[in-house]
Design a protein around this ligand. Structure first.
Ligand code: ADP
Ligand code: ADP
Length: 230
């Protein structure tokens, strides 16, 4: 079954068709890589799915509902930014709790429930022992986990990751590939991971989508993509 169905998405910036009638359906409970060269529309597609950008035409069905008009914080879709976007003056656990306490519509106000959820997410992403550390005092890989935890604590059905390994050095990058896949398996939600790196896309994706000039050029299991030229 599919968690996300995109039909005929069109998004233009002036004369540029960033998304040019894109259609695809994404399987649930998988690690999905979205691969494409710079300018192919990867970031635009993520922003459209998240609800940060308006479409000219097309439909987005997510978890059984049409969500074209649903505001971003109501979609049940999390977003992890490349630079992590953490609050430098807050601790690890404060950064994670911030995602919960500040949702407009259904903000959690019960302090006990907030702390229980933050606790279980900290365990899930492997940040135990660092709860009260300032985020300026942790490593790049740990910042990555805080960013992910801040999204996961809101219990999204899907998480979008825009070049999540781009800010990490090469060593850490290959370790985080493995860890991101493990975290996804533990929480059981769909991850959609944007990358310009073929190696990364193939190493990480259960399914690999290849984007070319605003359309899906290929969709396959990663081993099948690997056996063909891209
Ligand atoms: P990618 O993430 O694959 O590099 P983008 O989605 O950022 O691709 O961009 C797709 C195309 O849309 C590019 O030609 C880019 O220059 C253009 N584009 C993206 N965002 C904007 C914008 N805000 N204003 C004008 N053009 C944009
Ligand atoms: P990436 O390749 O990682 O998408 P870009 O530098 O292409 O990075 O885009 C970074 C941000 O700038 C994105 O939010 C994108 O929408 C925006 N952007 C990209 N191209 C343009 C453009 N030609 N004019 C204005 N904004 C753009």
């Amino acid at each position: 079954t599919s968690v996300l169905e995109l039909t005929g998405l069109v998004k233009t910036y002036g004369d540029t068709r960033a998304l040019d009638g894109l259609s695809v359906s994404l399987p649930e409970n998988q690690y999905i890589s979205l691969l494409g060269p710079s300018g192919s529309g990867k970031t635009t597609l993520l922003r459209v799915i998240a609800g940060f950008e308006k479409l000219e035409s097309g439909a987005i069905r997510f978890a059984g509902s049409q969500i074209n008009a649903t505001p971003p914080h109501r979609r049940g879709i999390g977003f992890v930014f490349q630079n992590f976007a953490l609050f430098p003056h807050l601790t690890v656990q404060e950064n994670i709790a911030f995602g919960l306490a500040n949702r407009e519509a259904d903000a959690l106000t019960d302090a006990r429930e907030i702390s229980d959820r933050v606790r279980s997410i900290i365990d899930l992403v492997g940040l135990s022992g660092l709860e009260t550390r300032a985020v300026t005092q942790i490593s790049g890989g740990q910042k990555q986990r805080v960013a992910l935890a801040r999204t996961l604590v809101t219990e999204p059905k899907m998480v979008l990751l825009d070049e999540p390994l781009g800010a990490l050095d090469a060593n850490l990058r290959s370790r985080m590939r493995h860890e991101l896949r493990e975290i996804r398996e533990r929480c059981g939600v769909t991850f959609l991971h944007v990358t310009g790196s073929e190696t990364e896309a193939l190493a990480m994706g259960d399914t690999v989508l290849v984007l070319d000039r605003g359309r899906i050029a290929q969709k396959d299991k990663s081993d099948a993509v690997y056996s063909r030229p891209i």
